[in-house]
Design a protein around this ligand. Structure first.
Ligand code: GAF
Length: 387
C-alpha cells in the first residue's frame, strides 16, 4: 500500500466529510496455505497476508452517529445511529463496518461515533477475505482512535463476533486473525483453539519458487447455507464422538473414530477431512521448518482432494485449476478459502510460472469458463496504521 493511496483515501474523506481524517489504516486480505475448515473445529490453519488491503480513513464523532462510505460501492454516505445498530438488520456492505462498531460497544468499549471512508483492493467474493479486511481495518482504526488497548487477536475475536452475530455468517476465526496478525515474509501458524501463533518464514522467491493465486471469478457467499451445513455436520461429528471439537480427535485415532460413527457417511467424510487437514498443517509446518519447502507441494494436493471428495466444497473451475497446473508442472495446488468458487493457489518453480499460467488460462477458455485472474502472492504485512 503506497503512501499515495493513503493520501488519496484521506483526500476523498475530506471531500465527503469536510475535514481531514484523524488517521488512515490498512488491513490485508489473505490466502490460506493449508488448514481449511479447521478453524471452527478448534484446529490449525496457516494463512498469510496479501499485499491487497482495505484502507480506511477515519475520524471520531461524539454524537452517536456512524457515517460510512465506500469507494467500491455506488452510493452516497450512509448515516446510522449507534443505538439503532442491531444484529442481522443490514444486508448491505455496511453491515461489516457497522457490525464491528456494534461488537465493540457490546463488549463495553466506549465508541461514540465515527466518520469512515473505505477503499479496498482485495477482490470481493474471491475467497481472499475481503470482508475480514473491512472488519479488521475498522476495528484497528477505532482501537487506536479510542485508545481501547486491544491486541490483534482480541480485535480478531471482536470482528468474528461482528460477522457471526451482526452479519449472520457462521465463519471461524482464521480470516480476521490473519488480517490482524500476519507479518511480511511469513505464514501464520495459528492454533484456533487458544489463538497461539507462530510466524513461519515463507520466502519462496529466495528458493526459486512462486505462489500463484488463481481467482476463478466464481463468486461464493458464506451466508448461503452450505458453509453453515458443513459447520453443523462437524459439530454433530464432535458430539457423536463425545469431544468438544474435532480438533480433539488425534490423527492416530481417526480410524477408530470413523468406526464409531457407523454408517453416517456424511459425518464420516467431514470428520475425516478435518482430522487429516489438521495433520496436513502440522506436516507443512514441519517441512517448512526443516527447509523442505518443495515437499509441501504434495501435501497441498492431498488437501485439495480431501476438500473435493470428503468435504465436497470444490467446483469444476477450482478442480480445473488444480489439475491443469499439476499437469503443467506445478509442485502443488489446491483450492483456498471457504470453497464453492473463489480462488486456488499454485506452488511452482519460478521457471514454470508462465507455462502454468498459460495452461490454466487455455484450459478455462477451452472449457468455456470466464477467464481467471492470476497473480503472484508474496506474504505481506498485517493490519497497520498508514498515517
Ligand atoms: C472462510 C471462513 F471465513 C473461515 O473462517 C474459514 O472457515 C474458511 O472459510 C475455510 O477454511 O474463509
Amino acid at each position: 500500500m503506497s503512501v499515495d493511496t493513503a493520501a488519496a483515501v484521506a483526500e476523498r474523506f475530506k471531500e465527503l466529510y469536510g475535514a481531514e481524517p484523524e488517521g488512515v489504516w490498512a488491513a490485508p486480505g489473505r490466502v490460506n496455505l493449508i488448514g481449511e475448515h479447521t478453524d471452527y473445529n478448534d484446529g490449525f490453519v496457516m494463512p498469510f497476508a496479501l499485499p491487497h488491503t482495505a484502507v480506511a480513513a477515519v475520524s471520531r464523532r461524539a454524537d452517536g452517529v456512524l457515517r460510512l462510505h465506500s469507494a467500491d460501492v455506488e452510493g452516497d454516505v450512509v448515516e446510522l445511529r449507534l443505538d439503532d445498530l442491531a444484529p442481522e438488520s443490514d444486508r448491505n456492505w455496511t453491515a461489516y463496518p457497522s457490525g464491528v462498531v456494534w461488537a465493540l460497544r457490546q463488549a463495553g468499549h466506549a465508541v461514540t461515533g465515527a466518520d469512515i471512508h473505505l477503499a479496498s483492493t482485495v477482490p470481493a467474493g474471491a475467497g481472499l477475505s475481503s470482508s475480514a479486511a473491512l472488519e479488521v481495518v475498522v476495528a484497528l482504526a477505532l482501537n487506536d482512535l479510542y485508545d481501547l488497548g486491544q491486541k490483534g487477536w482480541q480485535l480478531a475475536r471482536l470482528c468474528q463476533r461482528a460477522e457471526n452475530v451482526y452479519v449472520g455468517a457462521p465463519v471461524g476465526i482464521m480470516d480476521q486473525t490473519a488480517s490482524a496478525c500476519c507479518e511480511a515474509g511469513h505464514a501464520l501458524f495459528l492454533d484456533t483453539r487458544d489463538l497461539s501463533q507462530k510466524q513461519i518464514p515463507f520466502d519462496l522467491a529466495a528458493e526459486g519458487m512462486r505462489l500463484l493465486v488463481v481467482d476463478t471469478q466464481v463468486k461464493h457467499s458464506h451466508s448461503e447455507g452450505e458453509y453453515g451445513k458443513r459447520r453443523a455436520g462437524c459439530e454433530k461429528g464432535a458430539a457423536l464422538l463425545g469431544v468438544d471439537a474435532l480438533r480433539d480427535i488425534a490423527y492416530a485415532d481417526l480410524d477408530a473414530a470413523l468406526d464409531r460413527l457407523g454408517d453416517d457417511e456424511e459425518v464420516r467424510r467431514l470428520v475425516r477431512h478435518v482430522v487429516t487437514e489438521d495433520q496436513r498443517v502440522e506436516r507443512v509446518v514441519s517441512l517448512l521448518e526443516s527447509g523442505e519447502t518443495r515437499a509441501i507441494g504434495p501435501v497441498l494436493v492431498e488437501g485439495h482432494a480431501s476438500l473435493r471428495d470428503d468435504f465436497r466444497i470444490s467446483c469444476p473451475e477450482l478442480d480445473l485449476v488444480v489439475d491443469t497446473a499439476l499437469a503443467a508442472g506445478a509442485l502443488g495446488a489446491r483450492m483456498t478459502g471457504g470453497g464453492f468458487g473463489g480462488s486456488a493457489i499454485v506452488l511452482a518453480e519460478e521457471a514454470d510460472v508462465e507455462t502454468i499460467t498459460k495452461a490454466v488460462e487455455g484450459a478455462f477458455a477451452s472449457a468455456g469458463f470466464t477467464a481467471p485472474r492470476v497473480f503472484e502472492a508474496v506474504p505481506a504485512a498485517g493490519a497497520r496504521r498508514l498515517s
